[in-house]
Design a protein around this ligand. Structure first.
Ligand SMILES: [Zn+2]
Length: 329
């Protein structure tokens, strides 16, 4: 078993009153766990697909209760279980799923089997696809091809394991129904954290000042629903915002406002290109404009090369979502 253990001690600049921040990173196989705060850890799940390192994640909360948000793909279930075991997690109150795409929910069969008492919270529209996942798996293979094989096939889960997110009621976790990236997407709010899944877009910090941001808007995309969902998250006024892809930010409301503005900018740019560009050049023309006019997309140039190839695919898919939406309205 591949086993790495690192401890980083970071001295906060100037403020000597603040205690030293300690980040512990533990890596086992294809999973890595970083404790970002005293009660929240980011679990990075690296499936065997080039360019997918530091992209897919689950969140582990260990406070008055212990829960997981998302479980990643089936191919990294062994790593996820190993880091949970190594961290001493023997019991989970809940497994919360933001949506059922295989990079978020693909490991649910293995993880739910390892925690047989734990209820799984999911949008009611997603639950039947996890009980009988054949069409979810086949559909994913059709759309993603070899990437789906890298995620691995999802295993079925018994229906009685699920709780409907729309009816879920817990003292410390509030589900917020956020259609947009997927029609069955749910975000989860706790007093300190907001787990936004892909509602806030796909975020990647390049440096403390610079970040890449892309709308997560694959077809079929519904603009108004997506904006309404972001507005719900802004109204929730999160302190710490946890992205599905990738990481946590301290200025959650700012980042959500930036995502919201980006959606409007993309809509204007892509609508303009639809008016003036032939169909066969449309995708290339949209991407050119976005790279010129959206500095956050242009930050793609600062990502590692393999991640750029991954994002080239997903960027096109996000643009496709906008084109489909704009042609329908
Ligand atoms: Zn997704």
């Amino acid at each position: 078993m591949l086993f790495k253990f690192r401890v980083f001690v970071t001295k906060p600049p100037l403020d000597y009153h603040e205690v030293y921040k300690i980040t512990i990173t533990l890596q086992i196989m294809n999973a890595k766990i970083d404790n970002l705060t005293e009660d929240l850890s980011l679990i990075t799940l690296n499936p065997p697909i080039e360019g997918f390192e530091n992209f897919i994640s689950a969140w582990l909360f260990q406070g008055e209760i212990t829960f997981l948000v998302d479980v990643g793909p089936a191919s990294t279930a062994d790593g996820l279980l190993a880091v949970l075991a190594e961290t001493g997690v023997e019991h989970l109150e809940y497994i919360l799923l933001t949506h059922i795409h295989l990079d978020h929910a693909g490991a649910i069969g293995q993880i739910s089997a390892a925690f047989p008492e734990t209820p799984i919270v999911c949008h009611s529209a997603g639950i039947p696809h996890l009980i009988e996942p054949t069409s979810l798996w086949e559909g994913t293979r059709k759309v993603l091809g070899p990437t789906a094989d890298g995620y691995g096939p999802i295993q079925p889960v018994a229906g009685e394991r699920f709780l409907d997110a729309q009816e879920f009621d817990s003292k410390s976790i509030e589900p917020i129904i956020t259609p947009g990236h997927a029609s069955h997407h749910v975000s989860y709010r706790t007093p300190k954290y907001l787990f936004a899944g892909e509602t806030g877009g796909v975020y990647y910090a390049v440096s403390p000042q610079r970040f890449y941001l892309r709308p997560a808007t694959p077809p079929r995309f519904f603009f108004d629903a997506a904006v309404e969902s972001i507005d719900k998250l802004i109204a929730a006024n999160p302190e710490k915002l946890c992205f599905g892809h990738y990481g946590m930010v301290e200025d959650g409301v700012n980042k959500l406002k930036t995502t919201r503005q980006q959606l409007f900018n993309w809509k204007a740019i892509i609508a303009d290109e639809i008016k003036r560009t032939d169909d066969d050049r449309l995708m290339a023309a949209c991407l050119d404009r976005l790279f010129q006019e959206d500095a956050l997309v242009a930050n793609l140039d600062h990502l590692p090369e393999a991640a750029r190839a991954r994002e080239a695919y997903f960027l096109k898919n996000s643009v496709k979502g906008f084109i489909g939406y704009l042609r329908e309205v």
